[in-house]
Design a protein around this ligand. Structure first.
Ligand code: F0G
Length: 456
């Protein structure tokens, strides 16, 4: 049997989950239009749709809820959150938001003017949508290796400095308000960015007066990979590495639903007092008072506590090891997955799994539906459906056509990982018999959430 890093916690509360028959799942997936986003949670055994807002909070976080100060302004829990962000991330100002995209909305409105270009290390769905809604154009400047699912570069999320420089030369630094660097890169497979690269990006950007904002959503996972892989960091604490990472940014957007270990919440943080002041003007329109944004006092308390728990080495070591256990089990059985195995998820390469299905017949969407049918395991398409359409109305054809098995933090056991692996390995044995899907309903933006499909 494969060796594993056992849990650094014990279980105090349990939540029963549904065990269903294949007939029940067939009915459920048809009702959901072959879109796993449209399944009811009650019909799911193991939910690997996302690691977002699905974490189990600790007893200390639950206890923190009881000291929520629900004042409309100046809640004490806001100050606790602000202190935690200053202490752990190192930014001076923080504006709480209801979740990550609330912070992306405010940042995009402040910094982007029509005609601007925003370079980034691969797009993320909500981030790019906010950039485009403000008249900006996203430009991918990630290294080429990131688009190759089999390349095992240790820092596959790195920014390609030549691509960044070429964009500056082409459109002019005046038309680039900031570069958005995601640590880690979700759609590349949860791949990290090296400290060396973060430093170099900051240097190049500063030389041209371009700001650097991190999408810090999974920054603790990024810090773990730096400790594991980058020379000079093995003896440093996760907290020290995280703080150094953040020193190469002017600010960040954060989805607290991931690496702050809470079910809801996020923030925008920065050092520039002018940007902060403009953020406080916008947050009252879209979220709430600057001292609560979109959050209840109790939720700010839970997030403040989660920020500290997340940088504990035993926590993050177990988390990354559990994801790796699932990935290695699949890879050992020959299932094509993205390598190296990332921080928050294992990504199955659907183009290689179902080579007979053309990309515009949605192989990853079909694979996600089949994994559900096989064992009640919910996963997510991250391919052509998620990529959406370009401004001319044509599909974007991303090189990566993936199904994401996203592991919630502190929620499932290794036995659950075995169930997931066995289901996918069994499906892989009969992969040749499957055909693709056609889309029968398509919403105008972020179509993957609500699109509906039918088998061909
Ligand atoms: N940035 C990244 C890299 C994300 O993965 C997400 C959310 C966001 C920003 C937006 O944050 O959901 O709090 O508004 N990712 C979730 C996922 C939805 O399943 O990958 P949010």
């Amino acid at each position: 049997m494969r060796k594993y890093v056992a849990e650094p916690y014990k279980i105090k509360v349990v939540e029963p989950i549904a065990i269903t028959t294949r007939e029940q799942r067939q009915e459920a997936i048809e009702r959901a239009g072959y879109n796993t986003f449209l399944l009811n949670s009650d019909d799911i055994y193991i939910d690997l749709l996302t690691d977002s807002g699905t974490s189990a909070m600790s007893d200390a976080q639950w206890a923190g809820l009881m000291i929520g100060d629900e004042a409309y302004a100046g809640s004490r829990n806001f100050y606790r959150l602000q202190d935690a962000v200053r202490d752990v991330y190192g930014f001076k100002y923080v504006v709480p938001t209801h979740q990550g995209r609330g912070a992306e909305n405010i940042l995009s409105q402040i910094l982007i003017k029509p005609g601007h270009y925003i370079p980034g290390n691969m797009y993320f769905t909500t981030t790019r949508t906010h950039q485009e809604l403000n008249g900006g154009t996203f430009v991918d400047v990630i290294i080429d290796e990131a688009h190759d699912s089999q390349n095992d570069h240790p820092f596959k999320g790195n920014v390609d400095l030549d691509k960044f420089q070429a964009l500056i030369d082409k459109v002019g630094a005046d038309n680039i308000p900031y570069i958005c660097v995601a640590v880690t890169v979700n759609l590349a497979g949860g791949q990290p960015v090296s400290m060396e690269n973060l430093k170099a990006v900051k240097e190049l950007a500063s030389k041209h007066g371009i700001k650097v904002f991190f999408d810090a959503t999974r920054c603790v996972e990024n810090a773990y990979f730096i400790k594991e892989r980058e020379p000079g960091y093995s003896d440093k604490s996760i907290a020290a590495i995280l703080k150094e990472m953040m020193s190469y940014a002017d600010g960040c957007t954060m989805s607290g639903k991931k690496d702050c270990l809470v079910n809801i919440g996020g923030f925008l943080a920065m050092n520039d007092p002018d940007i902060y002041q403009r953020a406080t003007q916008l947050v009252v329109v879209y979220e709430g008072m600057p001292s609560y944004g979109g959050m209840a006092g109790r939720d700010m308390e839970a997030m403040a506590r989660g920020i500290y728990e997340a940088v504990d080495y035993d926590y993050i070591h177990h988390r990354i090891s559990q994801v790796r256990y699932l990935g290695e089990k699949l890879a050992d059985a020959g299932v094509p997955i993205v390598k190296p195995i990332g921080g928050h998820a294992v990504f199955v390469d659907a183009k290689k799994f179902f080579p007979q299905i053309p990309q515009d017949q949605f192989p990853a969407q079909m694979l996600a539906a089949q994994i559900y049918l096989q064992a009640g395991v919910r996963t997510m398409e991250r391919g052509i459906v998620s990529a959406g359409r370009d401004p001319k109305g044509n599909h974007y054809y991303p090189k990566l056509e993936l199904v994401r098995l996203t592991i919630p933090r502190r929620v499932y056991t290794y036995a659950h990982m075995d169930v997931v692996a066995d289901a996918i390995i069994d499906l892989y044995q009969e992969k040749d018999k499957f055909k693709g899907l056609e889309m029968v309903y398509e919403p105008p933006v972020l179509r993957f959430f609500t699109a509906r499909f039918r088998p061909l």
